[in-house]
Design a protein around this ligand. Structure first.
Ligand SMILES: Nc1nc2c(ncn2[C@@H]2O[C@H](COP(=O)(O)OP(=O)(O)OP(=O)(O)O)[C@@H](O)[C@H]2O)c(=O)[nH]1
Ligand SMILES: Nc1ncnc2c1ncn2[C@@H]1O[C@H](COP(=O)(O)OP(=O)(O)OP(=O)(O)O)[C@@H](O)[C@H]1O
Length: 706
């Protein structure tokens, strides 16, 4: 596939730069540093992602004390679905729930939705101005009025150059650019913690000052009010943290708003229509996409798909193929925050989530090129799956890696290159992540002392000649370790990978791997056949449509993450910010990224087959219909349906939770097909009788208890 190089370049290093920006937030983060002669992507991303302006004075201070440390978060976790419930849960359904709510959350205190659960009409049918009710005029009896208004005014004035000196620290609600639900703000049960969360988010990323984001925040607050996580944290915190993760990798307002609302469909009274009417189709579809992915993930977890390599691999592909890539991004952020706060769950569930994260979500992050998230997900999973190994290796790594080494070596090399007149595009470094070190030791049966790339530098120069000049400078600066030099430029790897590699000994007697390549070689190493995610996935051979799809997904993300894209383009000396010619996710016929056009007729389809509540991810030819699926009964398994039902039982297929009315309907990637044997009339009668008996027993019991 011909892929415009620059757009793809952006994605890759953009994520490297955000790796740096995000590193302040996570203690398990890969520590990376970079020096670039042109505007440093790292510094710029750090500035964009971590702008800590004191916009709400005391508020932001309160927040940073509590939310700045993720260690403090390690007590909370979102319970993912009904089966995860322990007996300690209380659950109070709202009359406004449009779909069966998932008992994911623990409801404490007044278990109402939006504080309006007792109202006769859904709160969101009122106009925004109607929300301004009585005490808006009087200004009385608003427990957190000043508090709330300060937060809001600060955020609205945030971009103003004279904000700091401005004496105006409140704003009238009339001035807000959209109607605010003041019933939420004024509710006697209102928790100031929500405003602290908003102010804290604003201090961490300026996107939280945008109208649409504030609006999404209030809707999320309304939806999740009264819901708590297992740790005791308000549920809203999870939504905010998910959105902050997205903001920090440069996601745009649509994605961040959908991140705030990502659990509303599954875990609150809110429905698609409400989100659609309030925010439009873009955000509503994304939230729905995340909900769909959550359901699939739950099915996969129940069926232990993570342990079945082929099915797990199909699942990655399916996730990318069936949903808007941005929904996958939100799901990944959701999972990352859940992993950060995994401690609150019982050990068995920690294991299950950690395994699924390692097998399904970390590879997805890798495919999308979000290396920071990938490493976090892996490290956190590793810590839960192998706590002792994690601890031992952490201790060993403290000896083998030096925080300052990569940064100082990078500076030293940068200076030497400049002195010798060798121009370069990027000079960056990284410390190998804990899990990556562990995997390499296991895979290659090595001790930690035999891992030479724990500290690494990468230099991207203009041409081959400069590669060799740079190599000789490296050799002059440090002692080269014998036998570690590899010239993949003269002898490219079988997949076309090209680069010069060497290992040198630094002053502190720690090895340092140096990779030197040109821009073109780097693109090949990030996006071509030699792409890093494929290299890391090892021998797995993917159909071409999967490769195209991953390329497309990565590119779309880089396009969605505007900040990063721009910075990265600049850091590679290119400002050609090409945008797609067609509207995501559909493509015009001539769109070079229209992978679906190419694979539409001959690419296989992966669908989820549910039988007897057991799930499998199966592959079918492109044109498979529901009736083909039914007819396959007996082909694969003697006397059975595609999986296990005997042919003499008529199956009642349901496609994506609805009965199939047209069996000639074609299956699509990611479809969920339920095959349930038809119950005989006698069985149905028995079921009805049993239900009647249960009902009567219930009546008798309730009359006994008055
Ligand atoms: N993207 C990409 N990177 C590669 C590929 N092969 C090697 N690399 C990079 O180069 C590094 C070192 O590779 P090699 O010099 O071949 O080293 P090795 O044979 O794996 O042995 P070690 O240095 O001990 O890991 C890896 O850690 C990767 O970062 C490839 O096919 N694609
Ligand atoms: N010497 C280096 N300098 C800078 N970045 C590097 C270097 N080596 C690898 N990277 C990048 O660091 C990220 C993490 O890579 P990781 O350490 O997990 O694997 P790897 O070193 O590339 O491969 P392997 O573990 O097989 O040696 C990837 O984006 C990779 O491209």
């Amino acid at each position: 596939m011909s892929v415009p190089a620059i757009a793809l370049t952006v994605c890759s290093t953009a994520h490297n730069s955000c790796q740096i920006a995000a590193s302040a937030d996570f203690d398990l983060n890969p520590r990376a540093s970079s020096v670039a002669p042109s505007s440093s992507a790292a510094a710029a991303a750090a500035a964009a992602a971590g702008s800590h302006k004191p916009i709400v004075g005391g508020l932001s201070r309160i927040f940073s004390a509590s939310a700045g440390s993720h260690a403090a978060d390690l007590g909370s976790f979102r319970h993912d679905r009904s089966d995860e419930l322990g007996s300690s849960y209380t659950y109070s359904p709202s009359p406004f729930k449009c779909r069966e709510p998932s008992p994911v959350t623990v409801f404490r205190g007044p278990a109402s939705c939006s504080g309006s659960g007792s109202s006769k009409s859904p709160p969101f049918v009122r106009t925004p101005r109607e929300w301004m009710g009585g005490d808006r005029r009087t200004g009385k009896d608003r427990p957190f009025k000043g508090f709330t208004r300060n937060a809001i005014s600060s955020c609205l004035d945030y971009a103003s150059p004279d904000f700091i000196s401005s004496s105006r620290n409140t704003v009238d609600v009339e001035e807000l650019p959209f109607g605010l639900d003041t019933s939420v703000i004024d509710s006697p049960n209102y928790d100031p913690y929500a405003m602290e969360l908003l102010a804290g988010a604003q201090s961490r990323h300026k996107i939280f000052c945008e109208e649409i984001i504030i609006k999404a925040f209030y809707e999320a607050e309304r939806a999740h009010r009264g819901q708590m996580r297992a740790s005791g944290d308000p549920y809203l915190k999870h939504c905010v943290e998910t959105a902050v993760l997205l903001a920090k990798i440069g996601a745009n307002t649509t994605v961040v708003a959908a991140g705030l609302l990502h659990d509303t469909l599954d875990d609150s009274f809110m429905d698609y229509d409400h989100i659609f009417h309030t925010f439009g189709a873009g955000i509503a579809d994304l939230v729905e996409g995340v909900s769909k992915l959550s359901h699939l993930s739950k099915l996969a977890r129940d069926s232990n798909t993570a342990s079945k390599a082929i099915e797990a691999d199909r699942l990655h592909t399916m996730f990318l193929a069936m949903a808007d890539t941005r929904a996958v991004l939100i799901k990944l952020a959701d999972r990352l925050h859940n992993m950060i706060t995994l401690e609150a769950l019982p050990a068995v569930k920690q294991q299950r989530f950690a395994k699924e994260t390692l097998e399904i979500f970390a590879p997805l992050a890798s495919r999308l090129g979000i290396s920071t998230w990938k490493e976090h997900l892996e490290n956190l999973s590793f810590r839960h799956l192998h706590p002792e190994k994690h601890r031992d290796l952490s201790l060993q790594l403290m000896r083998s890696s030096d925080e300052a080494l990569v940064a100082s070596a990078s500076q030293e090399l940068g200076k030497a290159l400049t002195d010798e007149g060798v121009t370069y595009h990027v000079l960056c470094g990284r410390h190998k992540s804990l899990y990556s070190v562990y995997s390499k030791m296991v895979k290659k049966k090595l001790s930690i002392d035999q891992i030479h790339d724990i500290n690494g530098l990468r230099l991207i120069v203009e041409n081959k000649e400069d590669c060799h000049k740079a190599l000789s400078i490296v050799r002059r600066l440090w002692h080269e370790v014998t036998g570690r030099f590899k010239d993949y430029i003269t002898c490219p790897k079988f997949n076309g990978y090209q680069s010069l590699h060497t290992v040198v000994m630094t002053e502190g007697m720690l090895p340092l791997e140096v990779q030197i390549r040109t821009k073109e070689m780097h693109l090949q190493a990030e996006y071509g056949i030699a792409a890093h995610w494929r290299y890391k996935e090892g021998n797995s051979s993917h159909p071409s449509f999967v490769l195209q799809m991953v390329e497309w997904a990565r590119w779309v993300l880089s396009w969605q993450c505007e900040t990063l894209k721009k910075e990265e383009c600049e850091s590679l000396g290119d400002t050609n910010l090409s945008t797609p010619t067609c509207q995501f996710p559909s493509h015009s016929g001539d769109c070079p990224y229209a992978f679906s056009q190419k694979c539409g007729h001959d690419g296989p389809i992966y669908a989820i087959i549910l039988e007897n509540e057991k799930m499998s991810v199966q592959e079918f030819p492109a044109d498979t219909t529901v009736s083909d699926l039914m007819d396959r009964g007996g082909e694969g398994s003697p006397g059975g349906s595609p999986c296990s039902f005997p042919v003499n039982l008529e199956l009642r297929p349901r496609l994506n939770h609805k009965p199939v009315t047209d069996p000639s309907q074609k299956l699509k990637m990611g479809d969920v097909v339920e095959l349930t044997p038809e119950l005989s009339d006698e069985s149905l009668t028995e079921y009805r009788e049993e239900i009647q008996r249960m009902y009567e027993r219930g009546l008798a019991l309730s009359s006994m208890h008055g």
